[in-house]
Design a protein around this ligand. Sequence first.
Ligand SMILES: [Zn+2]
Length: 213
Amino acid sequence: MFAKPLNKSYSVFISCATEDIVIARKFRQSINQIPQYYGYIARDEPKTFEYPSEKIAQVLDACRAYIILYTKAGLDSPMVNQEFGYYYRRYRNQWGKKPPIYLVKDMEITGHVDGFAYAREPILLDKTLPHGAISAVLWGMHHQYSLKRLEIPCRGHVVNVEWPDFHFVENAATYHQTLLWKCPTCGENVEVDPYTFQIYDEKEWSPWNNPNA
Ligand SMILES: [Zn+2]
């Protein structure tokens, strides 16, 4: 069993500790809105005796980007370390354009980062409000692979829209505005978060409902 969504060709591996699975799924939800791309979380796959399993190794061999949730739990997780070790071997030996590694680092981890993440420029993660880190990954992917479109879910179908202009999105985020598209299928407006491009179905993730903001 391998949860590869229909019509999706390119995987993005999301490496995380079990404690960070909710955040990882938020990353996946945004990645899944890129046509052709899907986020893959090994923790959400059936458990196997051997690690990484053949299936996970295949995804690590073929993925177009690697996201690592570098939190205290991630740092302590043998699975995260194994996944990174496996991926990094591939990365190091690859010629030409290498699939990017997005080191998403918990803001609470201060100071110098040792070991596998050494010398990599981190994306800072606020675990209570991960939308800024998700946005940084999405825009990194956009530039790396010249992404042109998004697929936003709308009432059981998807709206295929042009990737929005960076300054337009930045402005919307600054002024706590949403992005709106008119769905050609049902005629309704689809309203999304300017950071993650996700629809507002879970209010606690919305920037203006964050008690720490
Ligand atoms: Zn619609």
